[in-house]
Design a protein around this ligand. Structure first.
Ligand code: SAH
Length: 217
């Protein structure tokens, strides 16, 4: 078994990666490609790592937990805010398949470039369904709405029913997003069908910045 296969097997044992598509995506997309050189030897450990500019790539347990909660299906249209290293975007793109569509937004030009570079290394493994944008995604991306799912990988100050994200969601759409400040955050699962939010995990993400995010101090 390769180290990547062992990482995926561990996640399965812990009860993550419930869908076959999510498991396949994690086995196909090598996390090491998205990890900076100084941490490469630890690429398959369950840790978040710095990717520069104060940002991080999330731990595999958190990534797979979010994928499970999103309940992605091939063919869906997804918005991701916070491309970061591009790892989560690659996994989602793989799961969605050729009929799906993923818009991934990154606010920092340096990380947008890093994600582009990382994703070019796995391009041959991915369907052509990913659009990357370098802009403020803190109020979503109305031009491509409505979305089946919205996933935000930076912590939002709040997620209200009148949020632009909720407005950009299909009737039966879902949002998975960390909500809270730098000392207390929960991963929220919002279901538009029932219009209810659930706290599903205690987490720690870097803050969402920009218009609808936290103001830098
Ligand atoms: N999903 C990423 C990890 C994201 S870290 C991965 O798989 O590696 C959070 C990212 O959100 C950072 O890259 C940060 O620059 C970005 N971000 C923060 N505020 C943002 C905003 N308003 N719009 C778009 N991206 C934002």
């Amino acid at each position: 078994m390769s180290e990547l296969e062992m990482m995926v097997a561990r996640l399965r044992t812990m009860g993550f990666l419930k869908s076959e598509q999510a498991e396949k995506a994690m086995l196909t997309i090598d996390r090491a490609i998205f990890i900076p050189n100084e941490y490469k030897s630890l690429a398959y450990s369950d840790n978040a790592f710095p990717i520069g500019y104060g940002q991080t790539i999330s731990a595999p347990t958190v990534v797979s937990f979010m994928l499970d909660k999103l309940e992605l299906k091939p063919g869906m249209k997804i918005l991701e805010v916070g491309t970061g290293s591009g790892y989560n975007a690659a996994l989602i793109s793989h799961i969605l398949g050729v009929r799906g569509k993923l818009i991934s937004i990154e606010i920092l030009p340096q990380l947008y470039d890093l994600a582009k570079k990382n994703l070019s290394k796995v391009a041959s493994l991915l369907p052509n369904n990913l659009t990357m944008l370098c802009m403020d995604g803190s109020e979503g991306y109305e031009k491509e709405a409505l979305y089946d799912r919205i996933v935000i990988t930076a912590a939002m100050p709040s997620l209200e029913f009148n949020s632009p994200f909720v407005k950009q969601l299909k009737k039966d759409g879902k949002i998975v997003a960390p909500v809270g400040n730098s000392w207390s955050q929960n991963l929220i699962l919002y279901d538009n069908k029932t219009r209810t939010s659930q706290r599903v995990l205690s987490v720690m993400f870097v803050p969402l910045v920009g218009k609808g995010g936290f103001k830098p101090d």
